[in-house]
Write a protein that binds this ligand. Structure first.
Ligand code: GRF
Length: 271
């Protein structure tokens, strides 16, 4: 794990699509304004443009096969983990049919094991999900986390409101007057892990969903790199809260100024 003040943080980034957050991180890293470097990019989709962005930046990039259902892969998954035990801990596959749950879990574990093998060879300090549209099983989370949270996600809404895949649409359609973005550690639920940072943006009366999405994404490109910098500097302290819940305390002395800057940026109206 990274110790503050030493080398740059090593990041693995997982993407499924366009990878604009990945690009924001790559750009900041290349500009020398981020205390981190992206060492590998993985995607569950071989056609993800994020893989192209990585290659263009000379970052190793690998597609991971989430689709294969060959018996060999399923058997492999069974040899890696006790699927019934994993099923008793997992919170992401909600089917009532145990056979269906086992089969889906086995497919996920097979793909996750492929990811773990690649990640092991790049020794990332943190795994950053940036538009990665797959839920992770406790197998992957346990193997990556070791002795502390090491998987981070960005979500396009102010959690715990609007979890799931359509954060901007859900926020807009609800009629919210403020939207938000959340960066959080990943736990075994869907979008339930400890919050590291949140930023809000106004939704103006004349907005449509595209304007809302663009405004939110502009915040994502600022907030995710800031969180990475906090992780690099040891400014995101993990604490135990009431009821055993884990929460994160930001110890950056500039925290208030940074939040004020985010608010000022979010409220700027197009001229
Ligand atoms: C972002 O809105 C992120 O919050 C969500 O997926 C989207 C990914 O966009 N998880 P991109 O691939 O980074 O452009």
């Amino acid at each position: 794990m990274h110790s503050p003040g030493s080398r740059k943080l090593r990041l693995a980034v997982l993407v499924s699509g366009g990878g604009t957050n990945l690009q924001a991180i790559i750009d900041r890293s290349a500009a020398g304004t981020l205390d981190a470097e992206v060492v590998v990019v993985l995607s569950d989709r071989s056609s993800a443009f994020g893989l192209e962005r990585a290659k263009k930046a000379n970052i190793p990039a690998f597609p991971i096969d989430y689709r294969s259902r060959t018996p060999g892969r399923i058997e492999k998954a069974k040899s890696l983990v006790d699927l019934s035990e994993l099923d008793s801990r997992q919170k992401i596959i909600k089917s009532r049919d145990p056979a269906e749950r086992m089969s889906r879990l086995a497919r996920l574990v097979a793909a996750e094991d492929e990811m773990i093998r690649v990640l092991d060879s790049f020794r990332p300090d943190f795994v950053c999900l940036a538009g990665f549209m797959r839920l992770l099983t406790p197998y992957f989370i346990g193997r990556i986390n070791g002795c502390g949270p090491r998987i981070v996600n960005i979500h396009p809404a102010l959690l715990p409101s609007f979890p799931g895949t359509n954060g901007y649409e859900d926020t807009f359609e609800y009629g919210c007057k403020w939207g938000g973005v959340t960066v959080h550690f990943v736990d075994e639920g869907e979008d339930t892990g400890p919050v590291i940072a949140q930023a809000v943006y106004p939704i103006w009366p004349e907005d449509d969903i595209q304007k809302v999405r663009n405004r939110g994404l502009a915040m994502e490109y600022v907030v995710y790199p800031q969180v990475i910098d906090w992780l690099a500097a040891g400014h995101a302290a993990i604490k135990s809260g009431p009821g055993g819940r884990t929460f994160v305390r930001i110890t950056d002395p500039d925290y208030a100024a940074i939040l004020a800057g985010w608010l000022e940026l979010a409220c700027r109206r197009p001229g």
